[in-house]
Design a protein around this ligand. Structure first.
Ligand code: PMP
Length: 423
């Protein structure tokens, strides 16, 4: 039996119908921007393996630091115990996050970072003796696959089987210049019930890299603050340079009360979740009354190997080379966007920092299950390019180390797809 046949017998892949005849590609090696399969075929990872990888695969510096940590301490309980990588990472993160962020809570992925944030916000009000039973979120949001994260995400085929079990959430449209005042009135009228407002700042990833204006987000956040609603910035996708700044919240003036981080935090090499919060949030849990405790702790909370990977990734991220790489991708995306905009097959092109999204015209109701998705996968993989469109939206989110030639190859393949497949 080969790898694919063995895989099919024992593995249940995410986002794949189990009976699908499509065989998964067996990746055996990664280097720089590329993944290599068992036959030596090379794929440019133009989506950073689900948006996580920022410095390239199997990065020797991160590998060395994780190895050194492994030889020293691979894991220890984090309740009542601590360790240097977790402390140093917390200090270094707080130094680069919006400066009201004062405490770091570790977990182990993006969904759990969101769960922790929601629990912090809800219990904040409970601990203060106030009843704030509802959460406010943006329509079509995606915050993860656990139950709380699903509840604050847009209702879709992804959540359908569980909809009755998800707690009630107030959803509002993305802010636009036209609707901002009506959104503000809605928030105002609901203010006494709302524990928190959770949002993906500036870019809604899974919705199709949908972007909205920083100035509008700023105004909405300011309004939430005036209404005394806790704000939660889910930077799981946008964090660590993705939007051209270290964090998307650096594009706005308002500071969130709570932030969620994951994906690129370790350079995308290991699972780690982080929820940070301001001092007032933390203080609401300080009490001799044990019922005020935030009872949340995963076995692998603050895993030292993941923390070591994150520290190594930060070293690389904060170096001038990486800043130049991010700026370079951003400039090239902007130029490519200008070129594509006149293409009659293209409905809209969006870009921010290292993120590029090309929405293709389609007669189908445009959603995740648009047939363009399968056409696209079949087209790019034989060309050695890993792109995984969201319905009729092709997006590029490369590792920052992508070379000019590799990025050219991605753009050229997209051009060919638009010309030969769509036209
Ligand atoms: N929040 C956002 C904004 C995300 O994009 C994602 C994952 N795509 C998550 C949360 C969930 O992260 P994870 O897959 O690590 O659970």
């Amino acid at each position: 039996m080969n790898w694919q046949q063995r895989d099919k017998q024992v593995i249940w892949h995410p986002y794949t119908q189990h009976q699908s005849s499509q065989l998964p590609i067996t990746i055996v090696r990664g280097e720089g921007t590329c993944l290599f399969d068992e036959y030596g075929n090379k794929y440019i990872d133009a989506i950073s393996s689900w948006w996580v990888n920022i410095h390239g695969h199997s990065h020797p510096y991160i590998a060395q630091k994780v190895y050194e940590q492994f030889c020293t301490l691979e894991h220890s309980i984090f309740a009542g115990f601590t360790h240097p990588p977790a402390i140093t990472l917390a200090e270094r993160l707080l130094a680069i996050l919006p400066n009201n962020q004062q405490k770091v809570f570790y977990s182990d992925n993006g969904s759990t970072a969101v769960e922790v944030a929601l629990k912090m916000a809800i219990q904040y009000w409970v601990n203060r003796g106030e009843k704030r039973p509802k959460i406010l979120a943006l329509k079509n949001a995606y915050h993860g696959d656990t139950f709380g994260a699903m509840a604050v995400s847009g209702r879709s085929a992804f959540t359908q089987a569980f909809d009755e079990l998800l707690f009630d959430v107030e959803f509002i449209d993305l802010p636009t210049a036209e609707n901002l005042e009506s959104l503000k009135s809605k928030v105002y009228s609901l203010r006494s019930q709302l524990a928190a407002f959770i949002f993906e700042p500036l870019v809604q990833g899974a919705a199709g890299m949908v972007m909205y204006e920083a100035a509008l987000l700023d105004e909405l956040l300011q309004h939430c603050k005036q209404c005394n609603i806790i704000t939660i910035a889910d930077e799981v996708m946008t964090g660590f340079g993705r939007t051209g700044k270290l964090f998307a919240m650096h594009h706005v003036h308002q500071q969130p009360d709570i932030m969620c981080l994951s994906k690129g935090i370790t350079g995308g090499v290991m699972a780690l979740g982080v929820t940070t919060c301001s001092e007032p949030i933390f203080e609401a849990f300080l009490s001799s009354d044990y019922t005020k405790t935030l009872f949340h702790g995963h076995s692998f909370t603050a895993n030292p190997l993941a923390c070591a990977a994150a520290l190594a990734s930060l070293d690389l991220l904060l170096a001038d080379t990486c800043t130049t790489q991010i700026a370079g991708i951003s400039t090239r995306h902007t130029a490519y966007k200008a070129k594509l905009e006149s293409n009659k097959a293209v409905a809209q092109v969006r870009t921010l920092g290292t993120i590029l999204a090309i929405e293709l015209k389609s007669d189908e109701t445009t959603n995740y299950f648009n047939s363009m998705r399968d056409k696209c996968a079949a087209f790019f993989i034989p060309k050695g390019i890993l792109l995984r469109p969201l319905g009729n939206i092709i997006y590029v989110i490369p590792p920052y180390c992508i070379t000019e030639q590799e990025l050219d190859a991605v753009y050229t393949a997209i051009d060919e797809f638009i010309t030969f497949v769509i036209d």
